[in-house]
Design a protein. Structure first.
Length: 344
């Protein structure tokens, strides 16, 4: 999202971002700041989580607090806009609809959730369907998500478009492995496996770690991200978040990128690994098949560590060097603007 918004600004559009921050557990950030030339407003809201007890859930309270925070920011900043743009349906899209109604402006929403149907555990299906039909346009980042939403909620084709995620080719491109390892101080003669993503069970960093431990000799590993499933051990050279500017070097330094994810919308991490020409081991979910092709040899069972290990070994020994034409950030931003203008 951040990269797409920055590209909107680079193309000459005025962008204001409202990014509510929770009252609980975080150091307060300034209400108004400027990031890469974009005005960012950070009102506070109270999260009640998304807990269910029987048929009663706490999420509607969270959504209400989020909506009120957004509306408060709009009022304080006296925002004047042509278009309101929500990133994902919950909570931002619902809040964007309220802003659009208050300002009498069209509202669009990016739909890229990895497991869209889980929204129905937070709000009623009828309310979700009603909200989806209120948008002036829905922008999906993958065909399979558009097909699911259209079938389940009755969204007409003219109301939506598929615009694939874009890669910043100014940052993500092939670099010599030795150059990348020198820059990061990584060993030159070791096999390196990299994971990029949240440290959560769905994406499987600990499965990657255990799979690598099955391989002899055991490759060294790099885990880029953060979360509760934190990988650690003697063969973990690095685990934690990195500056976005350094991510292409971590990819370029690695022999194999591994992401045994159970579900995704359209994973940017795989697109960026492709752009850096790193060998990829991942699961055969719909967006990955779309990117890599149905005949890709290194799809793995994401829950079977022995299969992950086997595919890593195969990728190390027999790289396929598959290249694909991908959307750039500039193309994605322009396609979104073109769609919004067509619906005005």
């Amino acid at each position: 999202m951040r990269n797409t918004l920055a590209e909107f600004a680079r193309q000459g559009h005025e962008v204001t971002v409202i990014a509510p921050q929770k009252w609980q557990g975080r150091k307060s950030m300034a209400f108004r700041s400027f990031v890469s030339g974009i005005e960012v407003l950070r009102p506070r809201f109270v999260s009640a989580g998304a807990v269910r007890i029987g048929c009663v859930g706490s999420y509607p309270l969270t959504q209400l607090s989020f909506d009120l925070a957004v509306m408060r920011a709009v009022s304080i900043a006296d925002i004047k806009v042509d278009v309101v743009y929500g990133h994902f349906v919950l909570p931002s899209g619902i809040a964007a609809l309220k802003v659009g109604r208050s300002l009498n402006r069209p509202v669009f929403c990016i739909v890229g959730e990895s497991a869209f149907e889980t929204h129905e555990t937070k709000i009623r299906r009828t309310r979700l369907e009603h909200a989806l039909k209120q948008f002036d346009g829905l922008i999906f980042n993958a065909p399979h998500t558009r097909e699911f939403v259209a079938k389940r909620y009755g969204i007409e084709g003219a109301q939506s478009v598929v615009v694939l995620n874009g890669v910043d080719r100014r940052k993500f491109y092939f670099r010599e492995r030795s150059e990348c390892r020198d820059k990061l101080g990584l060993p030159k003669n070791e096999t390196l496996v990299v994971f990029v993503g949240s440290f959560i069970k769905r994406r499987g960093p600990l499965r990657v770690l255990r799979a690598c431990q099955r391989i002899s000799p055991t490759p060294k590993t790099l885990f880029i991200g953060s979360g509760s499933d934190w990988p650690a051990g003697p063969d973990v050279l690095f685990a934690g978040p990195v500056e976005q500017e350094l991510l292409p070097y971590y990819l370029g330094a690695s022999d194999v990128f591994v992401l045994p994810t159970q579900s995704e919308g359209m994973p940017n991490a795989i697109m960026e690994a492709l752009a850096c020409e790193v060998e990829i081991v991942t699961s055969p979910i719909a967006p990955n098949v779309q990117m890599l092709g149905g005949d890709y040899p290194y799809f793995c069972d994401p829950m079977e560590e022995s299969d992950i290990a086997r595919k890593i070994e195969m990728a190390i020994r027999h790289p396929v060097h598959r290249k694909r034409r991908m959307f750039t950030l500039q193309e994605r931003a322009q396609a979104i603007v073109d769609f919004m203008e067509s619906r005005l």
